[in-house]
Design a protein around this ligand. Structure first.
Ligand code: YXS
Length: 259
């Protein structure tokens, strides 16, 4: 069963998340389909990509598929985790990817949206970054994506409260480029993608990659990296992490002990 819909509209490729039964949870299968679609677009002279969910959805994506998170004892967001592979695929993709957001965006799906080059959302959209709800220690690369998009005090508020922020606040903070009503957003985004398609793809591709390299250029010494990884291991080996995953699966609120 296809979990996404792909479409070529002139020089624009459109990927529509289409697994509403699971609120477009970012399972390995859904992520593999997105990456395959991106690879397929490379051969079709696509000049811009739009990543969206079905028009009118209440949930753009519920984030990482919690059922695919480890029970403990292993980094839940390691380099080869499908979510991490998807984020890098978006960031390293040679043409601009525009996130068209309707509905609520949760957890790792916020990072997927914010990894897109341009974000356009409806006024009803919300963004919630929720690792603290599950006891997950977000990974360094993921925190870098967020810090590059969101002012630090807001990143801390979103991570520590795990509460959604409204589209208007995201727009005022510059996290989203435009807020457009549901009946205008598709035309607006397709027009922008078409305009991008008329510019030099080589120039755009090299500037996109240069901006990625510049924005991720931070001196992290091996010692600092290993210290952070050691701290993250304490978290994902903790009883709290196991409680967070178990509570989600049992559809109840977690009771974190701090251990
Ligand atoms: O019970 P069935 O089989 O119908 O499935 C239900 C949910 O279990 C499923 N579902 C998910 N399955 C796996 N992973 C998910 N993230 C996920 N979210 C939902 O979809 C079916 C319908 O869900 P339901 O009944 O709750 O829908 P709803 O419309 O009442 O509520 C929609 C949501 C999104 C508000 C609700 O499903 C929800 O709160 N989902 C979890 C959002 C979340 O906390 N995501 C973070 C995932 S962890 C992650 O992204 C990173 C690892 S991190 O934590 O670091 O950010």
């Amino acid at each position: 069963m296809a979990l996404i819909i792909t479409e070529k509209r002139d020089s624009t490729g459109i990927i529509t998340l289409d697994h509403a039964d699971k609120r477009n949870a970012l399972s390995e299968a859904l992520i593999q389909e997105i990456i395959a679609a991106l690879d397929g677009f490379r051969a079709l002279d696509i000049r811009a990509v739009i990543l969206r969910a079905q028009p009118g959805v209440k949930v753009w994506s519920a984030g990482h598929d919690v059922n695919e998170l480890p029970d403990g004892g292993r980094d839940p967001l390691g380099w080869n985790d499908p979510l991490r592979i998807l984020i890098r695929a978006i960031q390293e993709y040679p043409t601009p990817i525009i996130g068209l957001v309707e509905g609520s965006v949760w957890g790792g799906a916020c990072e997927v949206a914010m990894a897109c080059d341009i974000l356009v959302a409806t006024p009803e959209s919300t963004f919630a970054i929720t690792p603290a709800k599950l006891g997950v220690p977000y990974n360094l690369g993921g925190l870098m994506t967020l810090v590059n998009m969101i002012p630090l005090p807001i990143v801390k508020e979103m991570l520590f409260t795990a509460q959604p922020i409204p589209s208007e606040q995201a727009f005022n903070l510059g996290i989203i480029n435009y807020m457009k009503p549901a009946d205008e957003i598709e035309t607006f985004v397709v027009d922008m993608a078409t305009r991008i398609g008329k510019n030099s793809p080589l120039s755009i591709s090299v500037m996109k990659d240069a901006l990625r390299l510049l924005s991720s250029a931070h001196a992290v010494t091996p010692d600092l990296f290993e210290r952070i990884q050691g701290m993250r291991r304490i978290v994902y080996d903790s009883a709290d992490y196991r409680e967070g995953i178990r509570a989600f699966r049992e559809k109840r609120k977690p009771d974190f002990s701090g251990k």
